[in-house]
Design a protein around this ligand. Sequence first.
Ligand code: FES
Length: 80
Amino acid sequence: MSDVPIAGDMPFAVEVEKGKTYNWCACGRSRAQPWCDGSHEGSDIVPRQFTAKYSEKVWLCGCRRSRHAPFCDGAHNRPG
Ligand code: FES
């Protein structure tokens, strides 16, 4: 995913609700980060959908380099 624009240098801390489905922006173009706003249309990238297992705060990837997207894995701290 290194060929997509980064949405930020840091993860997005967001509250999610157990059982609710979310669409994380995988293309980096959304103006509603970290959520998909449809700006990926015309590309071959689609949002990453996930359903929250718990009601909790999660950290979603902003640099688009996480190996566990949509969740941050600390990739923003790694060089390259
Ligand atoms: S706007 Fe980025 S994946 Fe939809």
